[in-house]
Design a protein around this ligand. Sequence first.
Ligand code: SF4
Ligand code: FES
Length: 258
Amino acid sequence: MTTEIAEPASKIELPESVGGDIPSFEITLKVRRYNPEVSDEAYWDEWKLTMYGTDRVLDALHKVKWEHDGSVTFRRSCGHGVCGSDAMRINGRNRLACKTLLKDLDTSKPILVEPIKGLPVEKDLIVDMEPFFQSYREIMPFLISKGHEPTKERLQSAEDRERFDDTTKCILCAACTSSCPVFWTDGQYFGPAAIVNAHRFIFDSRDDAGDMRLEILNDKEGVWRCRTTFNCSEACPRGIQVTKAIAEVKQAILSRSV
Ligand code: SF4
Ligand code: FES
């Protein structure tokens, strides 16, 4: 059995008949590099690349890694906005590299790519996600129900399902948490993503542990640390109304006895 190595999208030669000429353009990609095995200092590296109208920042990073410098290090898995592994700062804004088309950026200037903020950088664009997932684990992101196991599916009305629909869309990319100024200065803060995932169960009519989660988030490092800067909502690649979800959790704490 042979294993085929996938080529980057920018190297695929489409036939002329598919859309005629494929418009190409030049970009300068600047990537924040850091390798603690070599130096404690981070620095900028840059490459001039020929890219195409359908290429994304992820394709440019692949082109660099596969054709120029194999040591450039970043995470990605699905390549299509599903796994949440390639959140990074692109021109100063948190985005998914796989969902950011180069043609939508100002290509007359260098495109700056840096690791997300507030989490320790391990190498180049890779950060240590453990503090992020620690907060996620603490809010118990799973259904908790009392009593006996049901003998058939747990029924829920369409209205009850709608109540937490928005927060089911989270892909745990950390774009929200790492865009939050409170999280930058206080790494103990649960952060928007943990609260979003708590919201997903707190407002689920089938779950019985809402009060426990509200008590956890009533902590001094919980929802009350939020300063409503809306950075999180702007950063979310899934369009989740993160700040609204945090406000609803605050309201639930105030209206329930915790
Ligand atoms: S709420 Fe949005 S930005 Fe935050 S982790 Fe989930 S998908 Fe990413
Ligand atoms: S690579 Fe999976 S979300 Fe971007």
